[in-house]
Design a protein around this ligand. Structure first.
Ligand code: AMP
Ligand code: MN
Ligand code: MN
Length: 330
C-alpha cells in the first residue's frame, strides 16, 4: 500500500501521452466533474485522452463542457473491447475499489498501469500509483491541486467542471467535509468565470415533473423508528413505472429524509434494474455510515455511504434498520 505525493502523480501524468479516465457506476457530480476537469487539463498538455464510463451520463449533467465526448459502455455487448494504444494509463477517479467502475469494456491487460485518485477512506490502493486524500471534500478539490502541479493554466471550462464536483460532494458547502480550503478553491474557480447561481440552477433547479412525483411517493412512505433517530424510505421498480421516472431521478431523497428534526441517520432503499437493493445512508454528526456500510460490503464517507445487497426490499429494510438500531444503541 503506497500513497504517492501529488507531485509524483503530476510527474507521471506529464511523462505519459495516452490516457483513459473512468469513474464509478451511478455517476455523480464529483465523478463527472472530475473526469471532465482532468480530461481538459490533460488535453491542454497535448495528451491523447478518452473518458469511458459504464453508466450513461444523467441528464442533469448535460451542461458540463465536452460532455458529449464521454463514452458509455452500458449498451455495448459483452464481447466488445475498446482499442487501446500502446503505453496507455488508466486513471480511476472517486472509486474506492476497482469493481466500482463496473464493466467498461477495456482489456485491462493492455493497460500499462492504473493511477488511482480518490478521497474515500476505504480505498484499497489498487493502482500502481495512488493518491488518496480522505480529507479532501471531493476528487474535484484534489484535481485543482494536481492541475497546478502539472503546470496547467486553469480555464473557465475546467473551473465549471471542478466546481460541479465540489458543490455536489459538499451538498452545496453544507457537509462536514467543507473546509476553509474548499472555499478558497471555490473562490478561485469563481474568479475563473464560474457563475455559482447559474451552475447550481442546472443541477438543482432542473427537475422533471416525474422527479418530484417519485420524491412525493417516497416521502409518503417515510418511516421513523420509535426513538426518532432513524428515518428511512423505499423506491420500488413499480413506483418508478407509476411515476414514469428514471433511476437517476431519485438521487437526493436520502438527504431530504435526513432533514427531520432529531434524526441522526437516514437510509434509502431502492430496487435496481439488475435485482439488487441499493442502500444509501446519510448521517448527521458522529454516527459513521462508512463503517456501517462496510458491514454489508459497501462503504463511502463518515456521513454519506452506500451498499448493494441481494434480497427483497422488505427483508433488506428489516435487516438493515434493526442493525442500525443496535449500532446506535451501542
Ligand atoms: P450514494 O448513496 O450512492 O450517493 O453514495 C454515497 C457515498 O457512498 C459515495 O461516496 C459513494 O461512492 C459511496 N458508495 C455508495 N455505494 C457504495 C458501494 N456499493 N460500495 C462502496 N461505496 C459506495
Ligand atoms: Mn462519487
Ligand atoms: Mn467524491
Amino acid at each position: 500500500m503506497q500513497n504517492n505525493k501529488l507531485c509524483e502523480i503530476a510527474e507521471i501524468l506529464k511523462k505519459y501521452n495516452n490516457f483513459i479516465i473512468s469513474s464509478h457506476v451511478h455517476l455523480d457530480g464529483d465523478a463527472l466533474g472530475s473526469e471532465i476537469g482532468l480530461y481538459l487539463m490533460l488535453r491542454q498538455l497535448g495528451k491523447d485522452v478518452r473518458v469511458i464510463n459504464q453508466d450513461k451520463t444523467p441528464d442533469i449533467y448535460q451542461f458540463l463542457p465536452c460532455i458529449e465526448e464521454i463514452a458509455c459502455t452500458e449498451k455495448l455487448d459483452e464481447e466488445y473491447f475498446f482499442d487501446i494504444k500502446p503505453k496507455t494509463i488508466l486513471i480511476v477517479l472517486d472509486s474506492s475499489n476497482l469493481d466500482r467502475i463496473g464493466k467498461i469494456h477495456i482489456d485491462i491487460k493492455q493497460i500499462d498501469f492504473i493511477v488511482n485518485i480518490d478521497h474515500h477512506p476505504s480505498n484499497t490502493f489498487y493502482g500502481k500509483y495512488n493518491y488518496i486524500n480522505p480529507h479532501a471534500s471531493s476528487v474535484g478539490e484534489i484535481l485543482y491541486g494536481l492541475g497546478k502541479q502539472m503546470g496547467c493554466i486553469l480555464n473557465k471550462q475546467m473551473a465549471i467542471s471542478l466546481y460541479t464536483a465540489i458543490v455536489t460532494d459538499t451538498g452545496s458547502f453544507r457537509y462536514a467535509n467543507t473546509k476553509a480550503s474548499t472555499f478558497q478553491i471555490a473562490l478561485d474557480l469563481v474568479k475563473l468565470g464560474v457563475n455559482p447561481s447559474r451552475l447550481t440552477d442546472y443541477i438543482y433547479n432542473n427537475n422533471k415533473l416525474s422527479s418530484l412525483k417519485i420524491l412525493g411517493e417516497a416521502l409518503r412512505k417515510i418511516k421513523i423508528d420509535s426513538s426518532s433517530r432513524i428515518s428511512w424510505t423505499i423506491v420500488t421498480r413499480d413506483m418508478l413505472i407509476e411515476t414514469k421516472s428514471k433511476d437517476e431521478e431519485i438521487e437526493g431523497i436520502v438527504d431530504k429524509i435526513l432533514s427531520l428534526k432529531k434524526v441522526k441517520v437516514s437510509a434509502f432503499f431502492r430496487e435496481t434494474k439488475d435485482g439488487y437493493i441499493k442502500v444509501s445512508f446519510r448521517s448527521k454528526g458522529e454516527f459513521n455510515v462508512d463503517q456501517f456500510a462496510r458491514m454489508f460490503g459497501g462503504g463511502g464517507h463518515p456521513n454519506a455511504a452506500g451498499c448493494s445487497v441481494k434480497g427483497t426490499i422488505k427483508e433488506t429494510t428489516k435487516l438493515i434498520i434493526s442493525k442500525l438500531q443496535t449500532e446506535l444503541d451501542n
